[in-house]
Design a binder for this molecule. Structure first.
Ligand SMILES: Cc1cc2nc3c(=O)[nH]c(=O)nc-3n(C[C@H](O)[C@H](O)[C@H](O)COP(=O)(O)OP(=O)(O)OC[C@H]3O[C@@H](n4cnc5c(N)ncnc54)[C@H](O)[C@@H]3O)c2cc1C
Length: 392
């Protein structure tokens, strides 16, 4: 029996009822269990089933393949809303949708028809396998190879690390070198649809500071074979462009998570500051706390506006690497700053595992690292800024 609404019945042009359904689901099913699951670092199987029912695994997949076909701006609002209560679970469908995006944007007709309907249902779930032990920011330095065999198939060997959904997921967009000697290096890279079968094993589950409950795994490919129809787009050498082609959307999604955490931290601080009294008055009446709340509210609002601005540009089909970079950079830093300020406003209780703010404080730094570190975002923003403002 369904425990959640089915967003597939919602009108994609009228987001209000859809967001209201997410609100109700968060209040009833997400917020009450977040602390317990996070502390146990337990995979939220029941929540995943509910997210399947809601249609979230197909949120940005086109309706013709059974997805909700939501615009990036509506999707960002959903991610913001859920992240206010429990950011980590958005990673379960977010990374999955990046896999789907690679297939939808760059896959052959046959690949789209074979994979997208199953991904949209959440029947097949997964993510992006790009990072390696010796290559993160410098993705072109990866060492995993796919060697073409006489029968046209590929033999793949290598190790990926930090892969979200790596343990629970069953299929990944796998970035490899099909020509390790190519110059420039990116021309030798290809992206494969990689289902888990013999030759593809999970090395280990990675233990983390925060972002608990979602599994981060090390993936080992040892004599792993894929037929040529798993090569996304069917042509070698396109992998780097395909893997980074989703980065604008990926950054908007991480920005949306940052907004959620920044707003969640603000909300907790707002509630606490009005009930906690010192020296005969609620602490929100002390100027030191007001300065914090003023900064936090401003940061959260600015982060939301930057993120919606980038999402709107994306939905209009405009190039928005600078806007997405600004949103990702600002919103993730806002999450970090708001979570520590909220923790301070909670005094000693902020340090207690009986309050939610400590989870937000542990979750926030991830957004400064994932989808391109914030150091790199500032460089990307600056380069694009100069390009758009050339010296006359
Ligand atoms: C919880 C979690 C989940 C993740 N999920 C995934 C996933 O699903 N799939 C996936 O493929 N990867 C995933 N990652 C990996 C993530 O994308 C990388 O950690 C990230 O890209 C940074 O790479 P790195 O860790 O190798 O750091 P490095 O690239 O080694 O960088 C180290 C430091 O140097 C800085 N730096 C590097 N190069 C430059 C430069 N040119 N100029 C200035 N500064 C520079 C960086 O900003 C950083 O501060 C995940 C990571 C985490 C922590």
């Amino acid at each position: 029996m369904r425990t959640t609404p089915d967003l597939r019945n919602a009108d994609p042009d009228d987001e209000a009822p859809l967001l209201a359904a997410i609100d109700r689901w968060c209040a009833k099913e997400v917020k009450p269990i977040a602390r317990q699951y996070d502390h146990a670092d337990r995979y939220p199987t029941q929540t995943v089933e509910q997210m399947k029912e809601l249609g979230l695994f197909g949120a940005t997949i086109a309706a013709e393949y059974g997805g909700l076909g939501l615009p990036s701006s509506t999707y960002a609002k959903i991610v913001m809303r859920i992240s206010r209560d429990w950011m980590a679970i958005t990673g379960i469908f977010n990374s999955h949708l990046m896999l789907a995006l690679a297939i939808q944007k760059f896959g052959t007709k046959a690949q789209k028809e074979a994979w997208l309907p199953r991904l949209a249902k959440g029947e097949v779930r997964g993510g992006l396998a790009l990072t390696e032990p010796d290559a993160g920011t410098d993705l072109q330095a990866i060492r995993t190879t796919a060697r073409r065999q006489a029968d046209g198939s590929y033999l793949i060997n290598g190790t990926k690390t930090w892969i979200s959904n790596g343990i629970e997921g069953s299929c990944f967009a796998l970035l490899v070198k099909t020509n390790p000697d190519a110059q420039p290096r990116y021309k030798g890279m290809s992206l494969f649809i990689a289902p888990k079968w013999p030759g593809f094993t999970v090395g280990r589950k990675l233990e983390k500071l925060g972002y608990k409950s979602i599994d981060s795994g090390e993936l080992v490919f040892d004599g792993y074979r894929l037929s040529a129809d798993h090569l996304i787009g069917g042509v070698e050498g396109q992998g780097f462009i395909q893997a980074t082609g989703g980065l604008e959307l990926g950054r908007i999604n991480v920005a949306a998570r940052g907004v959620g955490v920044a707003e969640g931290a603000l909300q907790l601080a707002t509630e606490y500051a009005q009930v906690r009294k010192t020296f005969g008055k609620p602490i929100c009446e002390h100027q030191a706390i007001q300065l914090k709340l003023g900064d936090m509210a401003t940061r959260a609002r600015a982060a939301r506006l930057l993120t919606l601005d980038a999402a709107a540009a994306f939905d209009r089909g405009e190039r928005c690497d600078m806007e997405a970079g600004m949103a990702k950079y600002f919103a993730s830093e806002a999450a970090l700053e708001n979570s520590i300020e909220s923790l301070r406003i909670h005094g000693g209780y902020g340090y207690s595992k009986e309050f939610d703010v400590e989870r937000l404080y542990r979750d926030a730094p991830l957004m400064c690292i994932g989808e391109g570190t914030n150091e790199m975002q500032r460089i990307i923003i600056a380069k694009q800024w100069i390009k758009r403002n050339p010296q006359q």
